[in-house]
Structures are given as C-alpha cells and as structure tokens.
Write a protein that binds this ligand. Structure first.
Ligand code: SF4
Ligand code: FES
Length: 238
C-alpha cells in the first residue's frame, strides 16, 4: 500500500433497518480512500457516495467523544482511530455486541449508561465547601489517574463475555468509573460504591479475560482497575 495514493477497499457492513428488515443482512460496498485515511473515512465515503441510508454514530472524529466504537474486523475499535493501512483492503464492520441494534451500526447505549449511573460516577463530599479548592497531593491524584481517561465508548463492556452472558453485569466501563471515585481522597461514597459492586451483578462477575484491556482505545489498564476494586473490597471486608 503506497502512502498517499488512492486505493479501493471492500467493506462488508452489517445492516438492519427495523422499519423494513425482518433480520440483519450484509451490505457490500467499495470505497476510494488512502492508506492513511481512517475506517471512519471509508464509512463516510459509503454514506456520502454510495448509500445515504447507512447509519452510524460519530462526532469528534479524533478519538475523544467515544461515539464511534464498533466491531472492525472482529475487534472493538473506534472507527476514527483505525487507519486503512492497519486493517487492509477487506474491512468488516458490525455494531457493538450485547446492546440492542437501533439501526445498522447504531446501538442503544441506554442500558450501558444505566450501568454507568448505578455506580454514582461523581464526587460525593458533604463537608462544607472550603474557602479554596479541596486539595490533593500529587500522589493522591496519581492514584486514580488512569481511570480518568475513560471516554465511555463501551468498547470494553461490549467485548466482555461475562457481559454477553449476563447483560445486567455492570461491566468494566462502570467499574472503571467507580474506580475513578473510590480511590479519590476527596470522595466520601467509596463504601457505598463498593457495596453496589459487591452485588451479584458486580465485580465478581469479572473472570480476568482481559478483552476489556485489549479493546480500550485509551489504553486504560481496565482489568487492573477491576482487580484493584476487588482488592479494596476485600481489604474493607465489604
Ligand atoms: Fe471505552 Fe476504555 Fe472507558 Fe471502556 S474503559 S468505556 S474501553 S475508554
Ligand atoms: Fe469521537 Fe471517534 S468520533 S471518538
């Protein structure tokens, strides 16, 4: 693949329109792109030049908003971060697994966000606000630095066999969000979060499969974060 030269790629895209289709089907398309284009550019090509009915989510196109996670050649990835030269001339694109499909590559994210909200993903501190900021040492801030990077793309949760097997499992993304606050020295709801995560749909459903860590586009050590939450739970005897 010569850099900067236009090339043809073949896309096989899982399609489904609930208004007209009884079941899902494969759409086959050609797109003209360059090796340094992203898979998102190839999807745009199809939508803008071949079939305007193709539905997919995207917003920032720079790996920040987390809206275009999808199954690309069998791996959960952000379409805006995967280069054509990394995936080759034959590209298969499917919606994330384990969430209901609304249309084509668009899944219903509401069950995912419900699990996210369940772990109280915000700072809880009922002390009167100090005159200045609530201060932390560099080490205290460092303790949860990795999990602040989450963009809620759902690539981790929807690549997890434990989630596929039981959709009420809170899943790695919610645990990452809980970790971010459990280890924040300013927060006062850690015990409550750990109790939520100790339920049968919580951290103990994690079997250390590591799909989540491999899928995370932010390179968060997801499985490690889950293990740290488990250890904290045992340390506090929750
Ligand atoms: Fe996405 Fe990574 Fe956050 Fe999971 S932990 S939702 S893969 S950014
Ligand atoms: Fe925002 Fe890809 S479009 S992360």
């Amino acid at each position: 693949m010569a850099q900067g030269e236009p090339m043809q790629v073949k896309l096989k895209i899982r399609r489904f329109n609930p208004e007209t289709d009884k079941k899902r089907w494969w759409g086959h398309y050609q797109a003209e792109v360059e090796p340094t284009d992203r898979v998102l550019d190839a999807l745009h090509y199809v939508k803008w030049h071949v079939d305007g009915t193709l539905a997919f989510r995207r917003s920032c196109a720079h790996g920040i908003c987390g809206s275009d996670a999808m199954l690309i050649n069998g791996r959960n990835q952000l379409a805006c971060k995967v280069l054509i030269k990394e995936v080759g001339r034959k590209i298969t694109v499917e919606p994330l697994l384990g969430l209901p499909v609304i249309k084509d590559l668009v899944v219903d994210m509401e069950p995912f966000f419900e699990q996210y909200r369940a772990v109280k993903p915000y700072l809880v501190n009922d002390d009167p606000p100090p005159a200045t900021e609530r201060r932390q040492s560099i080490e205290e801030r460092e303790r949860f630095d990795d999990t602040t990077k989450c963009i809620l793309c759902a690539a981790c949760t929807t690549s997890c066999p434990s989630f596929w097997a039981r959709s009420d499992y809170l899943g790695p993304a919610a645990i990452v969000q809980a970790h971010r606050f459990i280890f924040d020295s300013r927060d006062q709801a850690s015990q409550e979060r750990l109790q939520i995560l100790a339920e049968s749909n919580g951290v103990w459903r994690c079997r250390n499969i590591y799909n989540c860590t491999e899928a995370c586009p932010r390179e968060i050590q997801v499985t490690q974060a889950v293990a740290e939450v488990k250890r904290e739970m045992m340390r506090r005897r929750v």
